[in-house]
Design a protein around this ligand. Structure first.
Ligand code: TRP
Length: 347
């Protein structure tokens, strides 16, 4: 049995919000803390380039995401934490995999097809309007991320299952073409979907997402703005109905309660449920929610601010991760090069 190796990437577009925290950051850090498996977490900045052409935004996002993960408790001694672009072998492997991946496989990718469908619904629009080669071959770069480190398990959202299947497909093609059956170069990775991870609703009642502008920030990205105040302000903006304070309210129909559930113990949830039934004002319910979230997040703020104002430390941590990842990547790439016939002409 090979050792289980977990690997996941975080695209560096955007600033982490509460939805990212409960859906990805907190569970990943928890499982890395509890587990004995090898874990690789990386900042997918080459992936970010696909949708973000604003250098300042990409750079700011990389910094904020790195600081957030570390402030929330990711231990860079235990987890290999690195920046994708620091491992130059990744784009090299992506090219090799591109040459071993049928174009037809990429034609079937959901993200690409969705863009083509939008174009098809518009008058006088080329089906490939606005679609870059980066977007088209996105799953190949993702396969390179995963196969480079022989990850066995990849924690991802449901939208990424197809990409994992493609990575398996590409790995299989390569192994079949270039390796002895008993000595494959690549491990076929499996998607790991956590069913318990809550999906948060945003301030306006739609799914919490940067693209809707309805998020609750985890930390303030502006050092001039006090994070605690920003959190309270955002929570007070959650849309509620017009029921009066003493009217009984349905907790299962409330964004305030839904977010509370992602932070509170079952006993605390039962208690708030009871207060909803007997009547609690929305302002008061939001205060309860704010206190709950704040008690979990507040201890991380100092470290976050420290890392944001001292990016030298952040950079050093990422460079340390890159050294570890790079060692591994070089070894695997050496095997790949040899297998495909790219090797010195003389010893
Ligand atoms: N595509 C992933 C996302 O958008 C990010 C990602 C890039 C990733 N490379 C990866 C996830 C490799 C897991 C493994 O969420």
């Amino acid at each position: 049995m090979t050792q289980k190796r977990i690997l996941t990437g975080i695209t560096t577009s955007g600033i982490p919000h509460l939805g990212n925290y409960v859906g990805a950051i907190r569970p990943a850090i928890q499982s890395a803390l509890n587990g004995t498996d090898d874990a690789y977490f990386f900042l997918a900045d080459l992936h970010a380039l696909i949708k973000c052409h604003d250098p300042e935004a990409l750079h700011a996002s990389t910094k904020a995401i790195a600081a957030t993960w570390l402030a929330c408790g990711l231990d860079p001694e235990r987890v290999v934490f690195y920046r994708q672009s620091d491992i130059v072998e990744i784009p090299e492997l992506a090219w090799v995999l591109n040459c071993n991946c049928a174009k037809g496989l990429m034609n079937r990718a959901h993200a690409y097809k969705a863009s083509v469908d939008i174009n098809a619904s518009l008058p006088d629009t080329d089906p490939d309007f606005g679609i870059s080669m980066g977007l088209f071959s996105y799953p190949v770069l993702m396969a390179a991320d995963i196969l480079m480190f022989n990850a066995t398990h990849v924690p991802v959202g449901r939208d990424q299952i197809q990409h994992l299947e493609m990575a398996r497909d590409i790995a299989g093609t390569f192994n079949h073409r270039y390796c002895q059956p008993e000595n494959p170069i690549f491990v076929l990775p499996e998607a790991m979907i956590d069913e318990d991870v809550p999906l948060l609703t945003g301030l306006d009642g739609r799914k919490m997402s940067k693209s809707y502008g309805n998020t609750i920030p985890l930390f303030s990205d502006n050092p001039q703005v006090d994070s605690e105040k920003a959190l309270r302000k955002a929570i007070m903006r959650i849309v509620t109905n017009s029921q009066l304070p003493d009217e009984p309210k349905n907790p299962d129909d409330s964004v305030v309660f839904e977010i509370y559930k992602a932070f509170a113990t079952p006993a605390e949830q039962a208690e708030l449920r009871q207060r909803f039934a007997t009547g609690i004002g929305w302002g008061e319910a939001k205060e309860v929610l704010f206190d709950k979230i704040n008690s979990e997040i507040a201890p991380f703020r100092e470290r976050y601010n420290q890392l944001m104002t001292n990016p030298t430390e952040l950079e050093q941590i990422l460079e340390m991760g890159a050294i570890k990842a790079h060692r591994d990547a070089q070894k695997r790439m050496e095997k790949v090069r040899k297998a495909i016939g790219i090797k010195p002409l003389a010893k």
